[in-house]
Design a protein. Structure first.
Lengths: 321, 377
């Protein structure tokens, strides 16, 4: 036996973690660390390897190379010990629809080995957290998305896990419920839980303490949202809004002073060295091309801008919010 | 093994069965329907075989033989023909299973003390029925010739000769030779195999299909705990079903029951573990409910009907097939049930089949536990 989790605050260590399915490399030498109380977000397009990484860390898939320790236990060698310390919410909704709220909670309490007075206390906590105090006898099938999702979170933390893995927990949930869900995640992190969450919502990624940008199985960059913006974007961002984004894109691409142009919805984001200096020149250029109606304004870079810079516009759009 | 985890899984499983109409049907309706269907439908007794006669002589003697056939409960003379074409048509069209043809020199041969011959023409498309019917016909003709011989010696004023040898049959254990009496225990074995394997075949595949397995495998539940928690509730359900089937067998179909309930309980429990384990093994290997249920059906229905000794006697099978029957658990349970029902055998008489069934349970349990992996992909 390796013993209890080390005294240090580090809860997850991944070292050149790799997963191959035949010739396909789903996770390619990913290394990172996560600490207690930290919310780390895996951001990337579908199929980038986010879910596969989480499944390896939960001991559900064996890594093909590299190693990872979760709660101090090697995930390949002691998956059962790892499972005692983690909570996991899978991408698919995973509660029993034909069981009531309370029956689901009691079931998970049972399989996590929570009992006695502690079980009663944890059940109260989970029900309060999910906001289901008056509906404990309702069948889960009859609950709407937001309730189900909060109940699933409640089931995943019944045994007070040190590490919580959430695989796209907010997909298909309305914005108000998403916001509420994030409040719960903050409060869990505040209690010292290490939270690993995957998402393809750029705005959600901003809520994370640290982001790991994953693209084609590789860790493209990691850091806090502001760190990523500082390091990935050399220059400033101008947003150009007009009637004809296609013509504007053609006009601006290759223009001296413009380092990059990328479409964002119906507008363009361009990267320049100095917004105050370059803005008038760009306005003049657009006027000359008959695109004078375009409005140009400096904006703060978003994570999407970071993504565009790091992995290319095409992929960023597929990931986009 | 953590009892609390096993209990949590077993309890969840019971709630799910209780709330799922399809599972409830398998639990309650399936055994009833199968008992009724098979109990009434399968009947290996052959009585009232339809026959036609073609009497080419029309003598007193030939008519006496016809009367002997008419008097037999095994035959119904449905037609009297006057030429071979008519006989051929009657058999071709399926109106008769057998034709009895009496040659024109029948009474002459009898009078001359020659061996008189009678021709029997059989429709052997169903060879089993044909064989049995032929046997009955031989016994009818045999007893007829005995009578003729007796009256002849008496008319000559001689002492009746002592028959060289007369076989006297004394049938034990199923005195009435009613095939239903041994079919019913076989039906119980078949129904339990079908229901038992169906019940557990859905239990893991349902979790894979609904996506709940992914979270279940991320919990500290071990595969032994999962198997125990998943089989235990179905074991009790299976015992209820077994009791139901046995009560129907004894009180409705009036199968003679000479053994003890304790013997029956112990051996049935063992058999249930085997069939539930088999269903669980299939469920662990196949992740779709439909697929698992179909395979469970094929894996139990065919071997249990064909190779357990239920429909065909094992000692009449080719040696290779006989070898294969040792792999069919119903073979042992059917032998046990027959012995307990008809002979009243106790545990001491059944050590061999019980030991083999227990070995089977252990092997299937091991395979089932190993078949399930707590990993994805």
């Amino acid at each position: 036996m390796t013993g209890a989790a080390p005294a240090s605050e580090i809860r997850i260590v991944a070292d050149r973690l790799t997963k191959r399915f035949g010739d396909f490399v789903a996770v390619d030498a990913v290394s990172f660390e996560a600490r207690a109380g930290e919310i780390i977000g895996f951001l990337g397009p579908n199929g980038a390897g986010k879910s596969t990484t989480i499944r390896i860390l939960c001991g559900l898939l064996r890594p093909s190379g590299g190693r990872a320790e979760v709660a101090g236990f090697d995930v390949a060698r002691f998956p059962e010990r790892v499972r005692e310390h983690i909570g996991y919410m899978s991408q698919k909704f995973s509660l029993y629809s034909d069981l009531s709220v309370m029956e689901n909670l009691r079931f998970f309490g049972g399989v996590y080995g929570v009992r006695g007075a502690r079980l009663d206390e944890r059940l109260r906590f989970a029900i309060g957290m999910a906001g289901l105090k008056d509906r404990t006898d309702a069948l889960v099938a009859d609950l709407s998305g937001g309730w189900k999702q909060r109940l699933a979170l409640g089931c995943a933390v019944l045994h007070e896990p040190a590490i919580l893995f959430l695989d796209e927990p907010t997909s298909g949930v309305d914005p108000a419920s998403r916001r509420r869900f994030w409040d719960l995640i903050y409060s869990l992190a505040g209690d010292g839980v290490c939270v690993v969450i995957t998402t393809h919502y750029m705005d959600e990624a901003e809520y994370c303490n640290r982001i790991a940008l994953i693209d084609a199985g590789k860790l493209a960059a990691q850091g806090s949202p502001s760190e990523l913006k500082r390091s990935a974007i050399h220059g400033e961002i101008l947003r150009v809004e007009g009637d004809n984004p296609g013509a504007m894109l053609d006009a601006l691409e290759g223009t001296p002073g413009v380092r990059d142009v990328a479409p964002f919805g119906s507008s363009l984001h361009i990267v320049v060295d100095d917004a105050a200096r370059d803005l008038p020149a760009i306005q003049t250029l657009l006027n000359a091309r008959g695109l004078g109606s375009a409005r140009i304004e400096p904006i703060k870079p978003t994570l999407e801008d970071v993504f565009v810079q790091l992995v290319g516009a095409d992929k960023a759009r597929r990931t986009g919010s | 093994m953590n009892r609390r985890r096993v209990k949590a899984i077993a309890w969840k499983e019971i709630i799910q069965v209780w709330r799922d109409p399809r599972s409830l049907m398998v639990v309650l309706l399936m055994p009833l329907m199968q008992m009724a269907l098979l109990g009434y439908g399968v009947n290996l007794d052959i009585k009232h075989v339809t026959i036609c006669t073609f009497d080419r002589e029309g003598s007193q003697e030939s008519e006496a033989l016809m009367k002997a056939f008419q008097a037999s409960p095994y035959f119904d003379i449905v037609e009297t023909e006057h030429d071979y074409d008519a006989v051929k048509r009657a058999i071709d069209r399926g109106r008769c299973k057998m034709a009895i043809v009496i040659p024109p020199d029948f009474s002459e041969d009898l009078a001359a003390s020659n061996a008189a011959s009678v021709q029997a023409i059989l429709d052997a498309t169903d060879d089993n029925t044909a064989n049995i019917a032929l046997g009955y016909a031989q016994s009818v003709v045999g007893s007829f010739s005995g009578t003729v011989q007796l009256s002849r010696t008496q008319s000559l004023g001689q002492e009746p000769p002592v028959a060289p040898a007369v076989a006297q049959y004394r049938v034990w254990f199923n005195e009435d030779l009613v095939s239903r009496d041994f079919i019913i225990p076989g039906v119980v074995a078949l129904v339990l195999a079908l229901v038992g394997s169906q019940l557990t075949s859905l239990t893991l595949s349902r979790e894979w299909e609904r996506g709940t397995m992914e979270v279940l495998v991320s919990t500290p539940v071990t595969r032994m705990e999962l198997m125990a928690g998943k089989i235990l509730p179905y074991f009790f359900i299976g015992l209820i079903d077994a009791a139901l089937c046995l009560v129907i067998a004894v009180f409705w179909f009036e199968a003679p029951f000479r053994g003890t309930v304790a013997t029956l309980f112990l051996t049935t429990s063992l058999y249930l573990i085997v069939v539930l384990g088999l269903g669980y093994f299939i469920s662990a290997s196949i992740r779709s409910q439909i697929g698992a249920s179909q395979i469970a059906l094929v894996a139990t229905l065919l071997p249990t009907t064909l190779l357990s000794g239920f429909a065909f006697p094992i000692d009449q099978m080719p040696p290779i097939i006989q070898g294969i029957t040792y792999l069919v658990p119903a073979r042992y349970y059917f032998a046990i049930l027959k012995a307990v029902f008809l002979k009243g055998s106790g545990l001491g008489d059944l050590i061999a089949p019980i030991a083999l069934l227990a070995l089977y349970a252990a092997i299937i349990g091991l395979l089932a536990a190993r078949a399930f992996r707590k990993t994805l992909g």
